[in-house]
Design a protein around this ligand. Sequence first.
Ligand SMILES: Cc1cc2nc3c(=O)[nH]c(=O)nc-3n(C[C@H](O)[C@H](O)[C@H](O)COP(=O)(O)O)c2cc1C
Length: 268
Amino acid sequence: MDVPFSQWYKAIEYRRSRRQFVPRPLEPELRERMCTVCDEFRPFPETRAVLVSQSPDGVFKGLLGHYGRIKGATAFIAYIGNMDCPNVQEKLGYMGEGIILEATSLGLATCWVGGFFKPEVAAQLAGSAEQEKVLAVTPIGYPKAEWSIEEKLMTGFGRNHQRKPLAELIVNSPDTQFPIWVKSALEAARLAPSAVNRQPWRFTVSADDITISVDNLKDTYHISKRLDCGIAMLHLELAAFCNGLRGTWEFLEAPKVARYYRVRPLTY
Ligand SMILES: Cc1cc2nc3c(=O)[nH]c(=O)nc-3n(C[C@H](O)[C@H](O)[C@H](O)COP(=O)(O)O)c2cc1C
């Protein structure tokens, strides 16, 4: 499908994880649009998404305090990866965030859930092959208009949405001024959601490329930090594209994740 770059780029600004929903099924045209995006946004053949029009209540489990309590959703999306393939976590993060940004731009609410759910129940409802695993899910639906006290508690009264300053995330200190595409790309990547808001991405930057690495190799809550980094990859690429840079990804060995670099025009 043609990626709606500027629509998704704009949605980065106002996307928030929402955990309380109006218990109302999706309007047919919104449901259809989301099914189409799940079917057609397949940047990597080894990851896919399935919209399940059924309450996800049986899919969620064990809570960490109030964190993770999803209420009222009437549908969810299962993010499924082929575990035999390399780089499946970051590819799934990249794909899943595209679908989340599409939902956001349609006025729908979502919340990545990577740890506190039952993958086998989600797999049963969504359907999956032997080598596949549901790595994450998101409820999808209409958000409650007002944030209840309970939902405010879940977000730590907004604390879980705060982000680290870029200075903490850039690991090298190049002495040149960054071009505009680099500045916008880093800012958009910084806003990516991550499990427990851990923000594991670190950036090595030059005027021609940006490399994303994880802060360390210790995954927490059994959720891969590379999945978070895949989400940041999509944010980075949307911003770069909307600021005139045509680039491509090269996947890298841990602790690096991937490098985004300019696709140079052919010269004769
Ligand atoms: C891979 C991943 C897994 C997550 N898992 C959970 C989860 O299990 N339960 C939950 O309530 N939120 C979960 N979240 C949501 C994060 O807590 C949230 O994205 C983060 O605090 C930033 O807040 P924001 O999304 O509102 O910007 C997850 C997010 C990501 C990206």
